[in-house]
Design a protein around this ligand. Structure first.
Ligand SMILES: [Zn+2]
Length: 275
């Protein structure tokens, strides 16, 4: 069943979910303590993926050289060559709503050695399992031009817990506006948000970042054991989502007021020019 059956194509933009996948190399964790000594009280119940399954899956992944045919892929090479000694996690990847920056459930996973496809595939499938498969999705990711090739085949090999079948005609991959300039001309045509009907002025990434170092959360979690870290991060992001929700009405009202004033100014200029 496609969304075409549920609503006319020109109203489809009302039912699109915009998702952004992004990586943060600041949220590291040193090799401190173990899961046995420091278990989490919220393991897999909130924003992080279920650790045992994730860990088990990563052990089965053989290192492959992920090469690109596009020039915009500094992220992969940057991640792959970064110094990782002494760290249990070199950073995290996360799925957020690209319009409101709400962190998605089970959408955060540690990165052990850079931004490998295996980690990204798992995290992507993990949070997408909570979203209805018939909903039209626009997914932004800065290296999507390479990553989505063979994605379907790679998703088929993921563990049962997060097994995902993608309806490819209900999903559109894009590159965030800030990143697309470094890509080739072909990428700019194929993955530009400006050419996706219904995307309006979405930029595909947040203005503020959910991993902003509020209350020193980034630096303090570096030295924590795995469980304490998961609980702290879950707490932080629960607060983040909650304050986003509370602030949304005021924020949208302010934006609407700005748009009204701007509309009046533009209309006046246009009328004067036409006359
Ligand atoms: Zn590209």
């Amino acid at each position: 069943m496609g969304t075409d059956l549920l609503c006319a194509p020109h109203f489809r933009y009302l039912y699109i979910i915009f998702l952004a996948v992004d990586t943060c190399f600041q949220l590291k964790r040193c090799i401190v303590s173990t899961w046995a000594k420091d278990p989490s009280l919220t393991a897999g119940w909130a924003y992080l993926v279920e650790w045992p399954e994730y860990h088990k899956f990563l052990l089965t992944v053989i290192d492959q050289k992920e090469m690109s045919t596009c020039s915009g892929l500094a992220a992969l090479d940057y991640g792959n060559t970064k110094f990782s000694q002494g760290y249990s996690a070199m950073g995290i990847s996360m799925g957020v709503c690209a319009r409101h920056e709400f962190i998605q459930p089970n959408s955060v996973g540690d990165l052990q050695r850079g931004e490998r496809y295996a980690n990204m595939d798992y995290i992507f499938a993990s949070f997408l399992r909570h979203i209805h498969r018939c909903l039209f999705k626009i997914v932004s990711y800065d290296i999507v031009c390479q990553w989505w090739k063979q994605l379907k085949a790679r998703l088929a090999k993921l563990p049962k817990l997060i097994h995902l079948t993608l309806i490819l005609h209900l999903i559109r991959f894009v590159i965030p506006k800030l990143h697309i300039e470094t890509h080739t001309m072909l990428c700019k045509v194929m993955y530009s948000l400006g050419l996706v009907p219904g995307s309006a002025q979405t930029d595909g990434e947040g203005i503020e970042h959910p991993w902003a170092n509020i209350g020193g959360v980034v630096s303090s979690t570096r030295e924590m054991g795995p469980g304490s870290r998961e609980d702290t991060l879950n707490n932080h992001w629960a607060w983040w989502n909650w304050q986003k929700l509370l602030g949304l009405v005021e924020r949208l009202c302010t934006k609407l007021d700005c748009a009204k004033a701007e509309y009046a100014a533009q209309l006046e200029a246009f009328t004067a020019f036409s006359a």
